[in-house]
Design a protein around this ligand. Structure first.
Ligand SMILES: O=c1ccn([C@@H]2O[C@H](COP(=O)(O)O)[C@@H](O)[C@H]2O)c(=O)[nH]1
Length: 232
């Protein structure tokens, strides 16, 4: 199945808020990205409802723990029939290999991807956690580990997309948050690009939250964003 190019980040507290947004979205045009806040409040049943309604779901729980624990969490996530799940690449090779192995017997496994460097971080933030590499070097290092572990791709900034596709090829999927239309606020995102810049750099799937969810007309904003991608 071909996955949608845009996943709308549903950073909401509960199903009342999330349902109000989802009712304005078309499953033929966009997917839903469900993160920690909404999942913690509403749990797997709400996710399953969205899958039943025909939405492609990216379950963005960014697992990061010892290999055994992550493997079990990944297996549980795969049972929800979502299309994309993720782990933190900084959990290391063995953790990612265990995550991959957990999907070995799943009939239709989701894409399993690894978060490299959060798009809210720049080089100064990396230094703050004791990493004295450039952002690009750190993204490349973690993407190498993800590829070695057999994962399907990574979460990165669109700024690193060209470099990663050149290094790992187009089958290695790149999922990019930090997408901001030219006139939008950056909020807490530091490594941003516009949708058309992201397409130019070969991004596979974009995660877009506030520019859609805080707009006056989310449906119209989605149509404009898709038109920008098609015109590029
Ligand atoms: O590196 C990362 C990984 C995940 N995210 C998530 O994407 C969305 C972005 O939302 P915006 O409102 O478009 O900023 C959000 O749910 C994050 O948890 C990320 O931003 N960066």
């Amino acid at each position: 199945m071909k996955l949608p190019r845009i996943y709308v980040a549903l950073d909401y507290h509960n199903r009342i808020q999330a349902d109000a947004m989802v009712s304005q979205l078309d499953p033929q045009r966009v997917g839903l990205k469900v993160g920690k806040e909404l999942f913690t409040t509403e749990g797997p049943d709400w996710v399953a409802e969205q899958v039943e309604r025909g939405f492609s779901v990216f379950l963005d729980l960014k697992f990061h723990d010892i290999p055994n624990t992550v493997a079990k969490a990944v297996a549980a996530a795969a049972r929800l029939n979502v299309d994309i799940i993720n782990v933190h690449a900084s959990g290391g090779l063995k953790m990612m290999q265990a995550a991959k192995q957990a999907l070995a017997d799943v009939e239709k496994p989701p894409l399993l991807i690894a978060v490299t460097v959060l798009t809210s971080m720049d080089e100064t933030d990396l230094q703050g956690i004791g990493i004295d590499r450039s952002v690009e070097q750190q993204v490349l290092k973690l993407a190498q580990l993800a590829e070695q572990a057999g994962l399907d791709g990574v979460v990165c900034s669109a700024q690193e997309a060209e470099m990663l596709h050149q290094r790992f090829g187009n089958e290695f999927k790149l999922v990019t948050p930090g997408i901001r239309p030219a006139d939008a606020q950056r909020d807490d995102q530091k490594r941003t690009l516009t949708p058309s810049e992201a397409v130019d750099r070969g991004v596979d799937y974009m995660v877009i939250g506030r520019p859609i969810t805080q707009s006056d007309n989310p449906h119209q904003t989605v149509l404009q964003l898709l038109a920008e991608l098609d015109n590029d």
